[in-house]
Design a protein around this ligand. Structure first.
Ligand SMILES: Nc1nc2c(ncn2[C@@H]2O[C@H](COP(=O)(O)OP(=O)(O)OP(=O)(O)O)[C@@H](O)[C@H]2O)c(=O)[nH]1
Ligand SMILES: [Zn+2]
Length: 218
């Protein structure tokens, strides 16, 4: 698969100034975004996060999942290193889309877990695919990453599509009473590598304005 690069711009955030690169996926019509900071094309493995869209967690402050907390934590860690990349992939709801995710949440409100809910709706537990990652990373000069994820399938998928993963970096944050069951299901049924006692609690997570004025654009 190939993605088409469209444009780049500055993206100031509470953690630092990133460069935002926009791509179009001609097969699905989806737009994907890469945020980079520092010199990511030197060949040294780059601290990276491949983040799947979660409108509810990333933008609407939902505490049902850990997505928003992971997004903040990833940007903060990249800013602390002064170098890294975050791919923001438009594969909402593990690939089933926002409205089906709301249907799935409705079933979960009635007792289903996150996997059962997807299956009741006729979907697989995880419908995502990662073929766009390698061309997006290649465009900004990244061939090798230290990947922030708890998901072993993500590590495998990236490696299969030609991105070297030199290290998996755990990213366990945002646990709270509303997502404990969800996290337990991810560990139990979806195979996520998580130590449920090793999580940062949501109550301890705050926007940490690391270096708001610093511009790391190379
Ligand atoms: N279908 C469905 N999707 C969900 C649910 N909760 C979160 N998501 C989506 O799941 C995706 C994030 O996947 P996760 O399983 O939380 O984490 P991951 O990306 O596999 O792994 P990490 O890299 O460790 O975060 C996002 O696209 C969310 O929109 C849910 O209950 N049902
Ligand atoms: Zn989420």
């Amino acid at each position: 698969m190939s993605v088409k690069f469209i444009a780049s711009s500055r993206l100031p955030t509470p953690w630092g100034v990133f460069t935002m690169h926009g791509f179009e996926d001609p097969e699905t019509g989806k737009d994907h975004v890469a945020l980079s900071m520092g010199d990511v094309s030197s060949g040294e493995p780059v601290l990276a996060r491949v983040h799947s869209e979660c409108l509810t967690g990333d933008a609407l402050f939902s505490m049902r999942c850990d997505c928003g907390y992971q997004l903040q934590e990833a940007l903060k860690r990249i800013a602390e290193e002064g170098r890294g990349v975050l791919l923001y992939l438009r594969q909402e709801g593990r690939g089933i889309g926002l409205l089906n995710k709301i249907r799935a949440y409705h079933l979960q409100d009635a007792g289903a877990d996150t996997v059962e809910a997807n299956e009741k709706l006729g979907f697989g537990a995880d419908m995502r695919e990662y073929t766009m990652c390698q061309p997006m990373l290649k465009h900004i000069g990244v061939t090798s990453v230290r990947l922030m994820t708890n998901n072993p399938r993500k590590v495998k998928a990236l490696s299969n599509y030609g991105v070297q993963v030199t290290e998996r970096v755990a990213i366990q944050t945002g646990m709270n009473p509303h997502n404990e069951g969800y996290l337990a299901t991810k560990a139990g049924k979806l195979g996520h590598m998580m130590d449920l006692d090793g999580f940062t609690q949501a109550a301890d997570v705050d926007i940490n304005r690391t270096r708001p004025d610093e511009d790391n654009t190379p």
